[in-house]
Each structure stands twice: as C-alpha cells, then as structure tokens.
Design a binder for this molecule. Structure first.
Ligand code: FMN
Length: 225
C-alpha cells in the first residue's frame, strides 16, 4: 500500500472484531510511528498500548464510574462559530443516521457516546500522554505521531479511531497507567480489525473543497483558489 492509498482508505472505525493483533505487529506500529517529526526532535509522546486483562480492567472501572465532570482539556472551543459548528453537527448527524438513531433520541445518542469508553470493542487501546508543560508545538508533534500510527495500521489492514473522548476519563486512565501528575492524557486510539459488517463502519465523512480552506499563490500556471 502506498501513502496515497493509506490516506484515502483510513477512516474512523467504531466497531471492531475482538481478535487481538500480535504483540510484535502492534509494537512495530508504535515504534515506526515514532519516525514522526517533532520540533527540536523532542519526541514529546508517551505511549501505552493496553490489551487483554489490563485493558479489560480499565474498561470495567470506567463502566462502573460516571464520566469526569471536567475533561482533561476542552475538546472544542466553548463557542464554536461557523463553519465549524455546522461541520461538527453534520458529523454527528451522519453518525446517528448510519446507526438509525433518531435526531431527537437523546438517550440513544448518549448511549452511543458512552461506547467511546469501550473503545468501540477494539482489542487494543493506545493512550498517548504528554507532559503538561509542553505547549501547542508539542501537541502538533503528538498529532503527527498519531497520524503516522493510524496510516501504518491501515497499511497492515488494521483500523483505528482517534478519540479525544478519553479526556473525559483522564483521571482514571492516569491512575491505572500510573502516570505522574505532571503528565496529561492527550488522546486514546482504538486499534484492531474493523467489523466490516457493522453499519456504523459504513460512514464516510465529507471534506470541504480546497477553495474553502486553501489558496496557492506564485505558481507558474497562475494563482489557484
Ligand atoms: C483529535 C481527534 C479526536 C477525535 N475524537 C473522537 C472521539 O472522541 N470519538 C469518536 O468517535 N471520534 C473521534 N474522532 C474522529 C473524528 O470524528 C473523525 O476523524 C472525523 O469525523 C473525520 O472522519 P474520518 O476519520 O472517518 O475521516 C476524533 C478525531 C481526531 C483527529
């Protein structure tokens, strides 16, 4: 698979088969992803991959306790103006449509949201944390690590779902992983083989056209907008 195919084919998968990928395969992905660039080569990511009993214990604990009142960080800005508000809304609606959840069925929507805390049934949970003192540039580095990991997984036929949802469970995850108080949980990534038959995995999200968000100037064949 070339990079183009991996980029095109990667989607967020929200239903997984229970089969556990081999440890060597997961380790290889985690290691190769660290070829990501990072400012000053700080490599600010800390990565825990949980499977089997340790993962089952974490998920059982989360199922038994309510989500944290205050997430680790604000997942979205408090006021989300256009065009982002509509994009987020459409994303939600697309998800509820493929699941057959009525738009006004709040309990069903809440149940779907809570599935985040089960990693959507994925057999592996990858938790990326970072020192609190790190700033925006280092958070960009984490994004590059995460995207590398997801594309490498794609190449191996594995599926992923990046989840900022874990910011709502950070206290428990930090405790279970034994992270020092100086460390923030940035992102969880569900990893495993996609359950191709699950309706939720039929969802394909849109992207706005280049003209909405991009511009090219100074190219030989004229400016492009
Ligand atoms: C940083 C980040 C956080 C995300 N958090 C969640 C999440 O908590 N739960 C979820 O179901 N999807 C989450 N997603 C997936 C997005 O909804 C998804 O990437 C977006 O709708 C585009 O769809 P695609 O990944 O299938 O291309 C997250 C994606 C990113 C990059």
């Amino acid at each position: 698979m070339n990079v183009c195919d991996a980029v095109r084919q990667r989607v967020s998968v929200r239903a997984f088969k229970p089969d556990l990928p081999p440890a060597s395969l997961v380790r290889g992905l985690l290691e190769q992803a660290a070829r990501a660039p990072s400012g000053g080569n700080l490599q600010p990511w800390h990565v825990h991959a949980l499977a089997g009993e340790p993962l089952a214990q974490l998920l059982a604990r989360l199922a038994a306790e309510p989500p944290q009142a205050e997430p680790e960080y604000a997942v979205y800005p408090a006021e989300l103006p256009e065009p982002w508000r509509t994009r987020r809304w459409r994303n939600g609606m697309q998800l509820y449509d493929v699941l057959g959840i009525a738009r006004d069925d709040r309990p069903a929507r809440a149940r779907q949201m809570l599935k985040n805390a089960t990693l959507f049934g994925a057999p592996v949970g990858v938790f990326i944390s970072v020192e609190r003192r790190m700033g925006l540039p280092q958070w960009m580095d984490l994004g590059m690590y995460a995207q590398n990991l997801m594309l490498l997984a794609q190449e191996q036929g594995l599926a992923t779902c990046p989840q900022a949802y874990w910011a709502r469970c950070a206290r428990t995850v930090r405790e279970v992983l034994g992270l020092p108080p100086s460390r923030m949980l940035a992102l969880g990534i569900a990893l495993g083989w996609a359950d191709e038959a699950a309706p939720v995995n039929a969802m394909r999200t849109e992207r706005d056209p280049f003209e909405v968000w991009g511009e090219m100037r100074g190219f030989a064949n004229g400016d492009q907008r």
